[in-house]
Ligand binder design. Structure first.
Ligand code: ATP
Ligand code: MG
Length: 488
């Protein structure tokens, strides 16, 4: 078969041309693409060198080519290869140019992604350093004061040391919770349990709590709606956001006013936490919702509080933001939630308060017997101390003992650790239920994800509490369970 070389060359996606010693193009397969003159300086130099040395060149980068008419220059990314040849006695350099514009763009994207992931990785490692630093100081305090506590018999000192240990343990717990929440949010595992709440009562209880933590130089005000709103939302998460904002306001307002509240606007509720504290400089305000970003390293914290708030509010369908008039001019942190009112109530008193179980005074000699299945001695000692004068605890060291003691004592309630030797909490609970006993059983677990919670709730437990335990929460859940109320 006779092949028409000229048509074959024209069909190629590569631009092929031949250039003579005066750098004029004497042949090109795509008409006009190279044009008469070689304009790219690097290519010019490479061709001249090729003529001089009678050799070839490779991968010279070019950044423009001529349009089809051969007149205008169009930007492109290309690679040129050339070779010195003599055709019919005339010295020429043949040049081929491949268009790599597309590849170049992809490479640029890749480079940018690489740069970003480098930055993220370095931010993460700084964050890890921050976290371990933040952990070390309270851990030191806990271990140091625990030792001092053992060495002193002075009651006042003991009380003081215990207070320090408690404060620092709370700090460690809140840091662990923040890191965990961020990880949960990233993997879509942050749980949102929806309930209808009385918003006035809810806000009041949160600001009351904040009030307990402020110095005497700061005043906390609460602005509520004149009518109680019953809002369908995820109260635990909403509380977390309010608490974070209030904690910040308290932390960054040594002296002054903090006002928290909400306002109903057209189809949304506008919440705010305003303070008269150190404020945020205009140049820094854009960073406050970034992970691990902190302006004041002298204050405790990891810079996860606000990013978690943002995550939660956006999940709930709202927006979050901040305004600050500048340094020492205070801040107004605000967020919105779509308005989903269940009903309104003009009553002045708080209906939720009425629903709360009354705390019964129980005579010492008639304390309810509770069974605690727990393989860690320290944890059991903690329960013993917590339940002194409220319950009469009996101790099972493992799942087998738990089943035996449950049958023997028929306790009013069982606290069941999930991971125990010999028989785990799931198995022990199953056997207790199979034996026909229906006392409330609360799972106590270090597992932290909602899938674990689901598994627990499907295995015959009445409620679940996660470690590290919050004493008030635990006792409240136990009392509810024992009163036959839902205690999930
Ligand atoms: P934590 O993770 O314990 O909450 P943090 O409070 O430092 O630590 P964020 O709550 O995310 O972290 O806040 C980030 C930063 O924003 C703070 O370090 C502080 O510089 C600034 N900031 C937040 N709230 C206020 C406020 N009310 N007044 C002034 N600056 C604030
Ligand atoms: Mg904070």
């Amino acid at each position: 078969m006779e092949i028409n070389h000229s048509r074959l060359l024209q069909s190629l996606h590569i631009n092929v041309c031949a250039v003579n010693k005066s750098l004029k193009t004497v042949y090109t397969n795509h008409c006009g693409e190279i044009g008469e003159d070689i304009v790219e300086p690097q290519l010019k130099r490479a061709i001249e060198l090729s003529f001089r040395e009678k050799n070839s060149f490779e991968n010279v980068e070019i950044s423009s080519h001529r349009d089809a008419a051969g007149s205008a220059l169009i930007p492109m990314h290309g690679l040129a290869n050339g070779r010195y040849v003599e055709i019919d006695g005339e010295p020429l350099v043949t040049v081929s140019i491949i268009d790599i514009s597309e590849l170049y763009l992809q490479l640029s994207d890749l480079r940018r992604a690489l740069e970003k992931s480098r930055k993220d990785a370095s931010r993460k490692s700084t964050a890890l350093q921050d976290i371990s630093h933040e952990l070390k100081s309270p851990l030191n305090a806990v271990s140091g004061f625990a030792r001092l506590l053992m060495e002193t018999d002075d009651k006042d000192k003991q009380q003081k040391y215990v207070k320090v240990i408690e404060t620092n343990a709370e700090l460690i717990m809140s840091l662990a919770n923040d890191v965990l929440d961020m990880a949960r949010a990233d993997s879509g595992n942050l749980s949102y349990d929806y309930r209808t709440i009385d918003l006035n009562a809810f806000m009041k209880s949160i600001t009351d709590m904040a009030e307990m933590h402020v110095s005497s130089d700061t005043i906390v005000n609460c602005v509520l709606g004149s009518r109680s709103i019953y809002l369908h939302t995820a109260p635990e998460r909403l509380g977390q956001v309010m608490q974070n904002l209030l904690n910040n306001a308290i932390k960054y307002t040594a002296k002054g006013n903090i006002t928290a509240g909400y306002e109903v606007r057209d189809d949304e509720i506008y919440f705010f936490v305003k303070d008269s504290g150190i404020g945020i400089p205009a140049s820094k305000i854009k960073h406050v919702f970034e992970r691990y970003w902190r302006d004041r390293k002298d204050e405790m914290g990891t810079g996860l509080g606000l990013p978690i708030c943002k995550e939660i509010i956006e999940h709930l369908g709202g927006e979050i933001g901040v305004e600050s008039a500048g340094e020492n001019k205070g801040c107004n942190f605000w967020f919105t939630l779509p308005l989903k009112i269940e009903s309104t109530d003009t009553q002045d008193d708080n209906p939720r308060q009425k629903d709360l179980p009354e705390c019964k005074e129980m005579p010492d000699d008639n304390l309810p017997v509770i069974l605690i299945a727990e393989d860690n001695e320290g944890n059991y000692m903690l329960y013993e101390a917590l339940f002194e004068d409220i319950f009469k605890p009996i101790h099972a060291w493992n799942g087998i003992e738990a089943v035996e003691l449950a049958k023997k004592f028929n306790p009013a309630l069982i606290l069941m650790d999930i991971s125990m030797p010999l028989k785990d909490g799931y198995e022990a609970t199953r056997e207790i239920r199979e034996a026909g006993m229906d006392m409330p059983i609360i799972a106590v677990t270090a597992y932290a994800f909602s899938s674990d919670k689901e598994k627990i709730m499907q295995h015959g437990f009445d409620a679940y509490i996660s470690k590290p335990i919050n004493a008030d929460e635990l006792i409240a859940a136990m009392e509810k369970c024992m009163n036959g109320e839902p205690c999930k």
